[in-house]
Ligand binder design. Structure first.
Ligand code: PLP
Length: 378
């Protein structure tokens, strides 16, 4: 079975597995305890915090461990709902992950404004620049790269504009981390990440918060994590998450991802040659090296594509894991201006660090075969 669904979750890397086992075996204390066991756990947490801060380019005390990105993103929305004035708006892009979108809708209702997205899958930077010149929201949120299309967002530019107007900027860096260098993300006021998207374990993530700023906690009942997130920290998974990110950052620094981008581009060329009526979503925009979102030619049979590819030995998806099984077409593709009848045809291939050039080539062959089969079904 060849795995092309890294954007939903990725296999745990050897480095992460070994680090988890080692920490579980040797670190048994609660980091908040006063005794030596506790001190050793606290030291492991501090080391992990320093590592992550080093990668992002921020201060270790700005890192808060969470159960994943969903919690981190909900914490951001909750914090602003508690601290902004009753008339203040927040602006986020129309293609954010549901854990940002739905919590923003929940906390802000009509005070939520969606930043438009172009047909190429990038936010409308011109719109944002003009609107910001006119009025100031209490927060701007833009993901670093989209999970469905892989389209890279101009988060650095938006950060810089927000800084010039002193508007806090939040980026969901879940799909960016482990695929692109983390450096520079730490300049954003709020940054979220989840270990299982970059080869770490599931159920652990982080939120980078601004220095010395008190953030309203979502979880109450303990003084852990500067009082921003109550609950005993899961030391082994935190250590494991950092081992994964360290390994990914090392591979990225050797430009491993650039070569992998070439394999993906070759795949797209061959795929479009063999299945000419297919459309690559966001194909004109800079995208993560691992992601291809394609509108398949065969009507609304995208589930058939997934099932047949599964039988042929390829794990792919119909979009984000969170929308799988839902009948509605993706809100991301809708924000890009695709009609429901088009959006329903999207199939996503997301490769990873273990994907080989031969895997991409094998996928092309399988797609050609399934295309032939499905076009006969009519
Ligand atoms: N943000 C983005 C962009 C994602 O792709 C995901 C997961 O698919 C999340 C947030 C949520 O992450 P988790 O399920 O690990 O909390």
């Amino acid at each position: 079975m060849i795995y092309f669904d890294y954007n939903s979750t990725s296999p745990v890397m050897r480095e992460a597995r070994e680090a988890w086992l080692d920490a579980t075996e040797h670190i048994s204390g609660n980091p908040s305890s006063m005794h030596d066991f506790g001190a050793r756990a606290a030291a492991a947490l501090l080391e992990a915090r320093e590592k992550l801060a080093g990668f992002l380019g921020c201060k270790p005390e700005e890192i808060i461990w969470t159960s994943g990105a969903t919690e981190a993103n909900n914490t951001v929305m909750h914090h602003f709902s508690r601290t902004l004035g009753l008339k203040e708006e927040i602006w986020i892009s129309g293609m954010e992950h549901p854990c940002v979108m739905e919590s923003a809708q929940y906390y802000f209702g009509k005070r939520l404004r969606l930043i438009p997205v172009t047909h190429d899958g990038v936010i409308d930077l011109e719109w944002l620049t003009m609107e910001l010149a006119d009025r100031r929201p209490g927060l701007v949120g833009l993901m670093a790269a989209n999970n469905e299309t892989g389209v890279i967002q101009p988060w650095r530019e938006v950060l810089s504009i927000c800084q010039s107007y002193e508007v806090p900027f939040f980026t969901d860096a879940v799909q960016w981390l482990g695929k692109m260098p983390a450096k520079g993300l730490g300049e954003c006021d709020f940054v979220s990440g989840a270990a299982h998207k970059f080869g770490g374990p599931r159920g652990i993530g982080f939120l980078k918060i601004p220095h010395k700023k008190q953030v309203a906690p979502l979880l109450l009942g303990g003084k852990q994590e500067r009082g921003v997130r109550a609950g005993t920290e899961n030391v082994s998974t935190i250590v494991s998450m950092m081992a994964a990110l360290e390994a990914r950052e090392k591979q990225i620094s050797h430009n491993q991802h650039v070569l992998r981008g070439v394999w993906r581009d070759n795949f797209e060329r061959e795929f479009l040659r063999a299945v000419p009526n297919a459309v690559i979503v966001g194909g004109k925009s800079p995208r993560l090296w691992n992601t291809v979102s394609a509108l398949m030619p065969e009507g609304d049979k995208r589930h058939l594509w997934v099932v047949r590819l599964d039988k042929a030995g390829f794990a792919v998806s119909t979009g984000s894991a969170c929308t799988t099984g839902k009948e509605e077409p993706s809100h991301v593709l809708a924000a890009m201006g695709f009609k429901p009848a088009q959006a329903i045809r999207a199939v996503r291939f997301s490769a990873g660090w273990e994907t080989t050039e031969a895997d991409w080539e094998a996928l092309t062959k399988a797609l050609v075969k399934v295309h032939e089969e499905l076009s006969k079904v009519g």
